[in-house]
Design a protein. Structure first.
Ligand SMILES: Nc1ncnc2c1ncn2[C@@H]1O[C@H](COP(=O)(O)OP(=O)(O)OP(=O)(O)O)[C@@H](O)[C@H]1O
Length: 268
């Protein structure tokens, strides 16, 4: 008798196609497996379907054909193990930082003592203990985004979906939050699917980058990022990092150029 280990990918996408209503095909025949703990960034020209792919995985929009499995479940059944972080921190202005973070745990029905413990833990993780009782209007953009991250992590997700979460932040804040995100990932080990327009950010964070080509959206390049972990501020000035940014930029330019030739909109 042989012993066989079956490894279920964190996210498995097979021949996924998506159209909104009776409109044109946005994503066509996307197939890929994402292993547990991978950090996968999705880049591509504006409108190529990056956010749409994330919404399909989150179960926020139905797939037109093909299948998507999240830890072996349909996206709708996997909601409990998935957290989503959007560009807009989407905090409730009338609730304090602590009350915003606790929201998901309240909905889960977690006991009050346990909730307090969890919230204190994530506040500490993102360095916001000192503003726990402040309101969102009293925080900087970077702090609001940290609250949003804390809220997403409080439920201990296995899969983290991030849709251009740091696009509105200044470069230094963005770099710092990226470093924090990698530290949190090393500690908690979730699987991430991350949409960004920044090649530098994608290279810094990812174990793998998918470059989508547009009209219809499809995976044109699937590139492993072999830079060693831990990555930190110094990583950004290493020749290996700089070279990888050049390679990924070239891959992105190749799909943007073909979209212009095909009459599509290229991202600047
Ligand atoms: N709810 C919707 N109904 C109809 N069409 C939609 C809907 N959401 C997105 N689309 C269309 O699907 C296409 C892909 O949009 P999507 O937001 O996924 O692209 P994207 O690559 O994330 O773009 P960007 O980089 O500009 O954020 C676009 O043409 C968009 O207009």
């Amino acid at each position: 008798m042989t012993t066989e280990t079956i490894i279920v990918p964190a996210i498995s996408i097979a021949s996924a196609t998506k159209s909104y209503g009776t409109g044109t095909t946005i994503l066509k025949d996307i197939s890929l497996n994402i292993a547990k703990k991978e950090f996968v960034s999705i880049i591509g020209p504006s409108g190529c379907g990056k956010s749409t792919l994330l919404k399909l995985v989150a179960g926020l929009s139905p797939i037109t054909s093909g299948t998507i499995a999240v830890d072996g479940m349909t996206p709708a059944n996997a909601r409990e193990i998935v957290s989503f972080i959007f560009q807009d921190a989407t905090l409730l202005p009338w609730r304090t930082v602590r009350q915003n973070i606790v929201l998901g745990l309240e909905l889960e029905g977690m006991a009050r003592d346990r909730r307090t413990e969890k919230v204190n833990e994530v506040l500490h993780l993102v360095g916001l203990t000192h503003v726990a009782d402040s309101y969102p209007r009293q925080l900087s953009g970077g702090m609001k985004m940290r609250v949003s991250i804390a809220r997403a992590l409080a439920t201990r997700p296995q899969v983290l979906l991030l849709d251009e979460p740091f696009a509105a932040l200044d470069e230094m804040t963005r770099d710092r939050i990226n470093e924090d995100l990698l530290r949190l990932r090393a500690d908690q080990g979730w699987t991430s699917l991350f949409v960004t327009h920044s090649v530098a950010e994608a290279v810094f964070l990812s174990t793998r980058i998918l470059v989508l080509a547009p009209h219809p959206g499809r995976v044109a390049h699937d590139i492993a990022i072999d830079l060693p972990f831990p990555r930190n501020e110094e990583t950004r000035s290493t020749p290996a990092y700089e070279q990888t940014v050049i390679e990924i930029s070239r891959a992105l330019r190749s799909v943007s150029a073909s979209s212009v030739n095909a009459g599509g909109a290229a991202h600047p």
